[in-house]
Ligand binder design. Structure first.
Ligand SMILES: [Mn+2]
Length: 306
């Protein structure tokens, strides 16, 4: 039996939007690149499967944002597909990621990078094509990602790598840092570098979206180009079983959705990434669907820019 569920023209599906379906005169454009990186993981897993899983999961969503009453088809999406970096170390995929971003940013107002593990964030920030001194980085992550660089670039040290590359610590905000998921030594690295740290508990008390908006407002007084790194392990383990780093005490999905929309609405945010999803560990597609809906919330934020 064929039902109209997937063929109702009055219920446009988000996977078709990502594939290029938009209204006639879109008000904004979004470039999307899949970065199936997994060799940089200090935790074993299949984050390389995430970009395709996220695209597939978009079929379960419509394009209508009921909160702002906008349709994300006001944004024209250009999906560049997945880069062939599955078997590459982070340093080996660096140039390709940068080049593809440069091409995409020539035509798109904003970009979304679908990881892959968190190692892609280093190349992603460089890919904005702006001197690091003039870049801002806001991470939504349970971890500092400030581990030592001795063993090479991994998903445990992209922020440390960016500091070493010349990104000023004062241009970095880290929101969602969890107790007993980081060490005193790396907290000291953050402090010494001048990174603005907001713990998960602090953000729970003031609200995640509000914290993101407030910190972005501070950042954009310093820099004009901001990168937002969304490690899905900022979520509570209950909502994010498919991220190796999630722990009890993280955020609920609704809070992250609101926060990602706020990031999308900030004009200085040029690029956002979604990382650390390992679909093979998922339960009832909970984390994969969350990543997919974050794509749509970010796009909704773009619509609010105009
Ligand atoms: Mn991370």
């Amino acid at each position: 039996m064929t039902t109209g569920l997937y063929s109702d023209p009055r219920w446009p599906r988000a996977n078709r939007w990502l594939a290029g379906d938009h209204i006639e005169e879109p008000t904004w454009s979004l470039g999307v690149i899949g970065l199936p990186a997994c060799l940089g993981s200090i935790t074993e897993g299949r984050c390389d499967l995430a970009p395709k899983a996220i695209r597939r999961a978009l079929e379960k969503f419509s394009t209508y944002n009921a909160v702002d009453r906008v349709d994300v088809r006001q944004v024209s999406a250009h999906d560049w597909g997945d880069l062939a970096i599955r078997t590459h170390l982070p340093e080996e995929s660096f140039d390709l990621i940068k080049e593809t971003m440069t091409r995409s940013m020539r035509e798109a107002g904003a970009m979304l990078l679908l990881g892959g593990d968190n190692s892609i964030t280093r190349a992603g920030v460089h890919g904005m094509g702006v001197p690091l001194k003039r870049c801002g980085l806001l991470t939504l992550d349970a971890h500092f990602d400030l581990r030592d660089l001795e063993g090479g670039f991994t998903n445990g040290n992209p922020v440390r790598a960016l500091l070493a590359d010349g990104l000023p610590g004062e241009n970095i905000v880290q929101i969602g840092i969890q107790s007993f998921a980081n060490s005193a030594e790396y907290a000291e690295v953050a402090r010494d570098a001048g990174i603005r740290v907001v713990t998960a508990e602090e953000a729970h008390h003031s609200g995640l979206a509000r914290t993101v908006s407030d910190r972005l407002a501070e950042l954009r007084a310093r820099v004009k180009t901001i990168y937002v790194d969304v490690d899905l392990d900022i979520l509570d383990r209950a909502f994010s079983p498919a991220t190796p780093g999630s722990r009890p005490g993280g955020f609920a999905v609704w809070e992250l959705r609101e926060a990602v929309r706020a990031a999308g609405a900030c004009e200085q945010v040029k690029v956002m990434d979604l990382v650390e999803l390992d679909p093979e560990r998922d339960v009832a597609d909970a984390t994969t669907l969350t990543a997919a809906v974050c794509v749509l919330e970010f796009a909704s934020g773009l619509v609010a820019r105009r």
